[in-house]
Design a protein around this ligand. Structure first.
Ligand code: 13P
Ligand code: SF4
Length: 301
């Protein structure tokens, strides 16, 4: 069976498998560690195996490589890429630095390695508030996601935010009207939402958090039903941890096509060939290490 073959190959070749909550349940099932972007970047710095197989999109594999330059990092499908990771340019960042004195360029981890290399600090949805609060700068240029940026800005009125127009095409497909309809269909059921959704959707939500924060909230809460406004990959962990609870998506298209490119067949092929396919220029790797590592330091402080 495919799963057994994967486990056998993995042991033989000294590979640890990391997976994001948005990949298929079958892939999450065979992974050694499953989590949100922050958890996975921390785990990547602690594993002892020589090789990391990253089941997620390219900015995740790249971050693992930047934090572990001496390890081999492999992705089951290198074409699995987050479109938002490319929604800001180096030119725009440099232009903002020229225009604004003492600005901190805060880069959501959902960005390419080159963008990270031009930023001051990285954040994920679960540590952005803590990391940005800890920065001495008053002015914050938040890239690439305008929705997470606006959500954090509202909680930090003492800072002056400048937003970029990047967005997640999956989360922004969920509209306020859809939330209202779901609430009508399931009255008194709490709406748990990822901060990549638009501000009007966030305003209608009962809880806002990263993928793992949504899973934790639903697990600890005594309610038996929840409306979930994020990618449906989280349903695997939600249902496994809470067999007595029901989870409803807001719309049927809460699916990230890139995350869904990762299949068990591709995981097995990647293990058979074990060829590093996360390749970054030395200069980019070194420059991107600083903001990622600063995120880990500030988030853990
Ligand atoms: P998390 O950090 O919440 O896992 O989110 C990653 C992501 O890609 C959301 O679309
Ligand atoms: Fe990128 Fe959105 Fe997919 Fe997350 S869900 S990886 S932000 S496209």
């Amino acid at each position: 069976m495919l799963k057994e073959e994967i486990k056998k190959l993995q042991k033989e070749k000294d590979v640890v498998i990391l997976a994001h909550y948005y990949v298929d349940g079958a892939v999450q099932e065979i992974a050694d560690y499953v989590g949100d972007s922050y958890y996975l970047s921390k785990v990547a710095t602690k594993v002892s195996e020589k090789n990391i197989l990253f089941c997620g999109v390219s900015f995740m594999g790249e971050s693992a490589k930047i934090l572990n330059p001496d390890k081999t990092v492999i992705m089951p499908d290198v074409t699995a890429d987050c479109p938002m990771a490319h929604m800001v340019t180096i030119e725009k960042i440099e232009e903002m630095r020229k225009q604004l004195d003492d600005v901190a360029v805060v880069c959501y981890i959902n960005s390419s390695a080159k963008i990270k290399a031009h930023s001051d600090v990285c954040v994920t949805s679960s540590n952005a508030l803590k990391v940005v609060s800890a920065l001495p700068n008053k002015k914050i240029f938040f890239v690439p996601d305008n929705n997470l940026g606006r959500y954090i800005a509202k909680q930090l009125p003492e800072k002056e935010f400048i937003f970029n127009d990047g967005f997640c095409h999956v989360h922004t497909e969920i509209h306020a009207e859809d939330i209202k309809k779901a609430k009508q269909q399931y009255p008194d059921v709490k709406v748990l939402t990822h901060p990549e959704c638009t501000q009007d959707v966030l305003e209608l939500s009962d809880f806002i958090g990263s993928t793992s924060e949504i899973i934790d909230f639903a697990t600890k809460c005594e309610d038996k039903e929840f409306i979930i406004a994020t990618e449906t990959g989280v349903f695997y962990e939600l249902e496994m941890k809470n067999p007595d609870k029901k989870f409803y998506p807001v719309i049927s298209q809460q699916i990230c096509p890139d995350m869904k490119k990762i299949t068990l067949e591709k995981v097995k092929d990647a293990l058979v060939h074990l060829e590093e396919n996360v390749k970054l220029e030395e200069e980019t790797k070194e420059a991107a290490f600083r903001p990622l590592n600063r995120m880990l330091e500030l988030a853990q402080a």
